[in-house]
Design a protein around this ligand. Structure first.
Ligand SMILES: Cc1ncc(COP(=O)(O)O)c(C=O)c1O
Length: 382
């Protein structure tokens, strides 16, 4: 039996090798970071580090580990305070913490949508939302990326169940922005529940980085918003922001919330001070926006010989095949630039790409170097 299972695993791995998309874990250290989601450099912030450590000293008497799920021993004053802080920052009624963005999306969607409901999702939503859809008993269909007209054609008339629409603020692979305001107006008019994943917009868009719902003034129109802390906040975990009823419902029915050990004290404090840094310090965001403008100007004055997508800070360069994306990324890494190939099946076949991210701590010289190298490489591999 063991041997048969091994054969099956080897078969799937060989398929990946044949398609040139076998994944493996690599450490790339000491390179120019054009790859991580640490948009504002918070994961390396001395200010955040120092404040976490001061709190840790003050809380020496507390357990470092959560020691249980939130419904058991994992419920602490620090967790409660953090949820209130997050809800206040995002102008929401409540916030509820999850151990990761993946857990939050998967738990929220699978718990909310029931048999007889319909989930309509942007075709480019994150894998964690797909996991939620799959686990839910609702039916589902996709609409074309960022295409409100296409979405309208998917809404059934006289539908008995609830309808949910799932979108992201800034798409993680395309780096483009959702037409959120129009979506909100439409969903409100049709009594559709909008779920917004703000993973890549937290810290980047809105007043003090409050996200896209804040920029568009629609925070109160969205049924549930998901904020993840592994990106601009430089930490780990996530929160769902929504109504008191939604929070009570998730506490009672959401399995990834109920049956998992809560975040440890250090994670709670990292998120707390990440949010405080957003409130106290806009310098990183200003620097990032300047670099974003610089990059856009350079592309306008010196058009790149490849198809580039993204509005910043996430950009993608289509490479047409896994092989090409991998070769260019390998070359760039050999030049000291950390930029990763994103392969099928993470992105659709034929849309394999290089994904790069600019950060507040990058420099204009690094951006010049990156663009110059990309130009050279694209000539080699076109
Ligand atoms: C859009 C989006 N949502 C959710 C997640 C999952 O978040 P986490 O890394 O906290 O599990 C990611 C992570 O890549 C993401 O890009």
């Amino acid at each position: 039996m063991e041997t048969n299972l091994n054969n099956r695993l080897v078969h799937f791995l060989s398929q990946r090798t044949a398609q040139d998309n076998l994944r493996s874990l690599k450490i790339n250290q000491g390179l120019i970071d054009f790859s991580s989601n640490d948009y504002l450099g918070f994961s390396r912030s001395a200010w955040i580090y120092q404040h976490i450590n001061e709190d840790i000293k003050q809380y020496q008497h507390l357990s470092k580990g959560a020691t249980g799920s939130r419904l058991l021993n994992g419920q602490t004053q620090q967790t409660d305070d953090l949820e209130n802080q997050i809800a206040a920052f995002h102008n929401g009624e409540t916030a509820i913490l999850f151990n990761s963005g993946f857990d939050a999306n998967m738990g929220l969607i699978s718990t909310l949508a029931q048999k007889g409901d319909l989930i309509i999702y942007d075709e480019l939503i994150h894998a964690s939302m797909h996991a939620g859809i799959k686990l839910s008993k609702a039916s589902s269909l996709s609409f074309k990326h960022n295409d409100l007209d296409d979405l309208k054609t998917k809404i059934p008339t006289d539908f008995g169940g609830q309808i949910f629409v799932l979108v992201e603020s800034i798409y993680s692979m395309e780096g483009d922005f959702s037409p959120l305001k129009e979506l909100c107006l439409f969903c409100e008019e049709k009594n559709i529940y909008l779920i917004l994943d703000e993973a890549h917009a937290l810290g980047i868009l809105g007043k003090k980085g409050r996200g896209m719902a804040n920029v568009e003034g629609v925070e109160d129109k969205i049924f549930a918003r998901v904020y993840t802390f592994g990106k601009a906040l430089g930490a780990h975990g996530a929160a769902v922001v929504g109504s008191r009823i939604l929070k009570d419902y998730l506490i009672n029915f959401c399995k990834p919330f109920i049956y998992s050990t809560a975040l440890d004290l250090h994670s709670i404090l990292s998120i707390k001070w990440g949010y405080k840094f957003l409130l106290n310090n806009e310098n990183q965001l200003i620097k990032l926006n300047k670099l974003n403008n610089y990059l856009n100007e350079r592309i306008i004055t010196n058009p790149a010989p490849f198809k580039m997508v993204g509005q910043g800070p996430i950009f993608g360069i289509y490479c047409a095949t896994n092989q090409k994306a991998k070769n260019i990324s390998r070359h760039l890494i050999s030049k000291g630039i950390d930029i990763r190939a994103i392969l099928y099946p993470t992105v659709p076949l034929g849309l394999e790409r290089l994904r790069f991210i600019i950060h507040s701590f990058n420099t204009k010289e690094e951006i010049d170097f990156l663009l110059d190298e990309l130009n050279i490489q694209s000539k080699l591999y076109n």
